[in-house]
Design a protein around this ligand. Structure first.
Ligand code: 5GP
Length: 200
């Protein structure tokens, strides 16, 4: 059995569930895990850096990436496009690194079709009230966008059954420990076989 391919980890969950925070903490504690930087047509938030948080692209540039088959998956979310550049993910996995994709559900379902051996984790907030509070507290979106994101979140929760694991993000250190345990357990799976990229 070939063991030298890394894990492809997909982390989804409603906006405000705390995926970003969990992801950062996981990367800090497990430096062998690489973060897949997505492309997006969304405007940068204060403090967001091109190439680090996202590749900020125009709609035309994003369209060109789709046409040139540069994206592993892509989706429209609340009026903007988001997608995972294929090249970096493939390179990291083949080099034996684990890669984490922090992406929404439509994209995660596309990845699931291509990588049946991926590890699909859904992060949920302790409650919808808590979710609303967190998004308001973040203070980075207008009320209109917040309402849109909350509606989307309610719909997204219905997809939890498509995932392998669910982690309730009540307390960050506990949720991070759960994520780490999932990765450790996944690496011990007897049946873990090399990833097969379709069309690559
Ligand atoms: P935000 O605008 O809050 O950074 O992200 C909005 C949503 O898009 C989040 O659920 C985030 O996980 C998701 N997202 C970020 N990058 C990607 C991507 O490359 N592909 C897909 N499908 N979703 C993404």
């Amino acid at each position: 059995m070939e063991q030298n391919h890394g894990l492809l980890i997909v982390l989804s969950g409603p906006s405000g569930a705390g995926k970003g925070t969990l992801c950062q903490e996981l990367l800090r504690q497990m430096p062998q895990v690489k973060y897949s930087v997505s492309a997006t047509t969304r405007q940068p938030r204060p403090g967001e850096v091109d190439g680090l948080h996202y590749f900020f692209r125009s709609r035309e540039e994003f369209q060109a990436m789709i046409e040139q088959d540069q994206l592993l998956e892509w989706a429209e979310f609340c009026g903007n496009f988001y997608g995972t550049p294929k090249f970096a993910v493939e390179q990291a996995i083949h080099a034996g690194n684990d890669v984490i994709l922090e992406i929404e559900i439509q994209g995660a379902l596309q990845v699931k079709k291509r990588f049946s051996q991926g590890v699909f984790i859904f992060v949920v907030p302790p409650s919808m009230d808590e979710l609303a509070q967190r998004i308001h507290k973040r203070g980075t979106e207008s009320e209109e966008i917040i309402q849109k994101r909350l509606k989307t979140a309610a719909r997204e929760l219905e997809y939890v059954s498509e995932y392998d694991y669910v982690v309730i993000n009540d307390e960050i250190p506990i949720a991070v420990d759960k994520l780490k345990s999932i990765l450790v357990a996944e690496k011990c799976r007897v049946k873990r076989k090399p990833y097969v990229f379709q069309g690559v």
